[in-house]
Design a protein around this ligand. Structure first.
Ligand code: MN
Length: 762
């Protein structure tokens, strides 16, 4: 698809400069094409089951040959070489079948020649037609901007939901283009190489096509940073002999022991890919000579599916008999395969020379899946693995359905899921969930249900209470704690890792913004009424320009959140619409004479009714279904003496009577104060702060948090300890049910040895 093709006829060399006895070059080309075609047929031998199969391939070849007849690749080769090579990659590296070979041969015909999709359908049936359609749709990068790439990536993923063969053939196409990049212009090379790094290599990785991904990345590096590429190639070559000697000595005892135990096996020393070495040098600043894991030892055993797991562990035991393992580097991807199907047992052990060496242990079957991924799954028909891939495709579809974001955002969040490592965690009932590494308790909550995520307050990980930002580890058992009071916050986006959580939070925030904008609109109109002005559609462009907002919704939102104040609005009408301003001045003068009261919107307008059933607060005279918020300045909790304050923008806020702001509020806005009292205690959590002072000694923080989390099962929101000259001061935000609950907690903390004082934070 990136080929710049010339459609000139084959150029026959000039009579005068061609020796008379030279063979006809057209004949030569024909011979060469036939040779390639026959090689393709040989590769297809294993998948050709019937005469019909062979005929279909022949028909596709002939059609492609005719269609690309006069076309040449940049290298000068006949164009048909390319589809043949792509078909061969489909067979040899992807284990695909006859239909895919047919499609690979035809993949550029509809895009580049007079053949229509309909023609293909008539000749080869709807299955082939649909795949070619998919391949044609994802053609054509227009330019190199980020959003174009993203848009294309999205298109590619959309085809995933139809037939995964589209993606696989596309990858084969790209791999061949990468292999034949030499003849392209420099800018073109850079563009194609970058796209490959950006989209295709991650995609190949996600489908478990490890070998293809590695080749793509290494080839891309060759063009994006030729100097470093050559440097690494040279250094690898130079160090090869020393490395081989080391590997041989290292594997000697293992080889001997495994043979004694009757294993049939193969041991390889595998060097890291050029691209990952490059990344380590570039991103971590490690010099080539100091990359300790530049190679890994791979032990592949011949073992049948029933015994492969226990056999792998037997090999592990044998390896660690000779070499000390690093306990935190053991990775068991046999019990928990990665969602791209990868299975293997990894350990890092200390060699006698003091060098850490990674050892990978796997069966032949696992090895093939590791190298060829999705393609190898078909061969082995492992149901559990297929479910994993299906599960992933299901997620892809879910994300695609929620197309309500820019393509760049979409890809950014999606790529995280594509390339990062995974962890495995459990629900309280023992159900397994996999998440990208670095996922937090909140990601887990969203993974279960968006409602659980939206109301997530905290979590219990392995029985211990943790904040929602807590990063999960493989093997954790996670229970989510929710509250109806909770709702998604902007800062949640800082610590979620999965695209699912990110999308859901964005959605919720957007909805909230929309609601606020509505409120802002009412506020704005009220203000205008008050000024005696009327809103006119004609003012909208002026408003946009004056307040530098992209649309009127944004303006309303800023009004609601006080970013745009009443003064700003006055200034706007004064400067931009002088006519209405003068009429405003006249009215204001009149009103001043009338000595009207200060502006206070009627209570009914400010207070939103709610149908919260479990309300525990009685506001005013026995009204329980008013919506309220708890003031963040004093964080009242049930049991506290409280009052309600009617705010202009945020409905009723509940403050403690001892709140530092209470005085000001009561004396300046007495008419906005309403009575409020708590009804009964209930299982809602409220925030309260505690200050703990004591002697700094090892373990005191631990003793305190243990009491809070484990003994009293109190949820901590944040905790902050400062030490100074042997004394410490801890500030802790906790979630409690009421004052009694808080008092109990404080009493318990006073009993901790080393604690001098415990006080509530105001
Ligand atoms: Mn192509």
């Amino acid at each position: 698809m990136f080929e710049e093709r010339s459609t000139e006829k084959l150029v026959v060399p000039n009579e005068s400069c061609a020796p008379a006895e030279q063979k006809n070059p057209e004949e030569e080309v024909k011979k060469e094409i036939l040779k390639k075609y026959r090689s393709l047929l040989r590769a297809a031998q294993a998948v050709i089951k019937t005469k019909e199969d062979k005929l279909r391939i022949k028909k596709a070849f002939e059609l492609a040959l005719a269609a690309h007849k006069d076309m040449r690749r940049k290298s000068g080769e006949p164009y048909i070489f390319h589809p043949i090579a792509v078909a061969e990659i489909c067979l040899k590296e992807l284990n695909l079948g006859v239909t895919s070979v047919v499609c690979a041969l035809l993949h550029d015909t509809v895009e580049d020649t007079d053949i229509s999709l309909e023609d293909i359908g008539n000749m080869f049936g709807t299955e082939v037609m649909n795949i070619i359609d998919g391949l044609t749709k994802i053609e054509g990068f227009v330019d190199n901007t980020e959003s174009m790439q993203a848009e294309n990536f999205r298109k590619i993923l959309l085809t995933l939901s139809n037939d995964v063969r589209v993606i696989l053939i596309k990858l084969a196409d790209r791999l061949h283009n990468m292999r034949t990049l030499d003849h392209m212009k420099r800018e073109k090379q850079l563009k194609i190489a970058n796209e490959t790094l950006y989209l295709y290599a991650p995609l190949a990785h996600r489908l478990g096509l490890y070998r293809m991904k590695t080749e793509m990345e290494d080839l891309a590096l060759k063009y994006t940073d030729p100097e470093m590429y050559q440097d690494i190639v040279a250094k690898l070559k130079k160090s090869e002999e020393v490395r081989n000697r080391f590997i041989n000595t290292f594997i000697q005892p293992i080889k001997k022991r495994l043979t004694e135990q009757g294993f049939s096996f193969e041991i390889k020393g595998r060097t890291k890919s050029l691209y990952s070495i490059y990344n380590k040098i570039k991103n971590k600043g490690v010099p080539f000579e100091e990359i300790y894991d530049i190679f890994a030892i791979r032990i592949i055993i011949d073992s049948d599916p029933e015994h492969e797991k226990s056999d792998c562990w037997r090999v592990y035991s044998c390896v660690t008999d000779f070499y000390q393992p690093k306990p935190d580097r053991l990775r068991d991807w046999i019990s928990f395969p990665k969602s791209n199907g990868y299975e293997s047992l990894h350990t890092t052990v200390m060699s006698p020379t003091g060098k850490w060496v990674e050892v990978q242990i796997r069966s032949r079957r696992m090895d093939e899946i590791a190298e060829r991924g999705y393609a190898a799954h078909w061969k082995y028909k492992e149901s559990s693995i297929e479910t994993n891939i299906d599960e992933w495709l299901r997620k892809v579809r879910a994300i695609l359905e929620n197309a309500d974001q820019s393509a760049v955002d979409f890809v950014e969040s999606f790529k995280v899921d594509l390339v990062t490592e995974e962890i495995f965690v459990f629900t309280p009932k023992g159900e397994l969930k996999n998440l990208v590494a670095g996922s937090t308790a909140l990601d887990f909550a969203y993974e279960i249900h968006s409602d659980i995520g939206d109301h997530c307050l905290g979590a219990k990980v392995n029985g211990r209470l943790v904040p929602i930002s807590h990063v999960l580890q493989s093997g954790d058992q996670v229970e989510i704690i929710t509250s109806s009071k909770q709702k998604p916050k902007e800062d949640w986006l800082q610590f979620v890792k999965t695209s699912r959580a990110r999308n859901k939070i964005r959605q919720a925030l957007k909805e909230e913004k929309r609601q606020l904008a509505e409120l802002g609109k009412e506020q704005f109109e009220r203000k205008l009424r008050h000024l005696g002005l009327t809103f006119s559609e004609a003012d909208v462009p002026k408003i946009q320009k004056f307040f530098q907002v992209s649309n009127i919704q944004d303006f309303y939102y800023k009004v609601a959140t006080d970013v745009i104040t009443n003064n700003d609005i006055r200034r706007f009408y004064k400067e931009e619409t002088s006519g209405s301003w003068y009429s405003y001045l006249a009215r204001r003068l009149k009103r001043r004479i009338e000595k009207s009261k200060p502006e206070t919107p009627p209570l009914s307008e400010l207070v939103k009714k709610t149908n919260r059933s479990e309300d525990s607060l009685i506001i005013g005279d026995d009204v329980t279904n008013l919506d309220y918020k708890l003031a963040t300045c004093c964080n009242p909790i049930p049991g506290d003496e409280v009052f309600g304050f009617v705010t202009v923008n945020e409905g009723i806020k509940i403050h403690k009577t001892t709140c530092p702001n209470a005085n000001t509020l009561m004396s300046n806005y007495a008419y906005r104060i309403i009575k409020a009292r708590w009804t009964s205690r209930e299982a809602i959590a409220f925030q309260a702060g505690i200050v703990i002072k004591g002697f700094d000694d090892v373990g005191i923080v631990n003793r305190i948090t243990r009491i809070v989390s484990n003994q009293l099962k109190v949820n901590m929101k944040s905790i902050n300890f400062d030490t100074h000259e042997g004394l410490f001061e801890g500030r802790m935000m906790v979630f409690v049910h009421d004052t009694k609950h808080l008092e109990d907690l404080m009493e318990k903390l006073r009993g901790v040895s080393g604690v001098i004082s415990v006080e509530r934070l105001n």
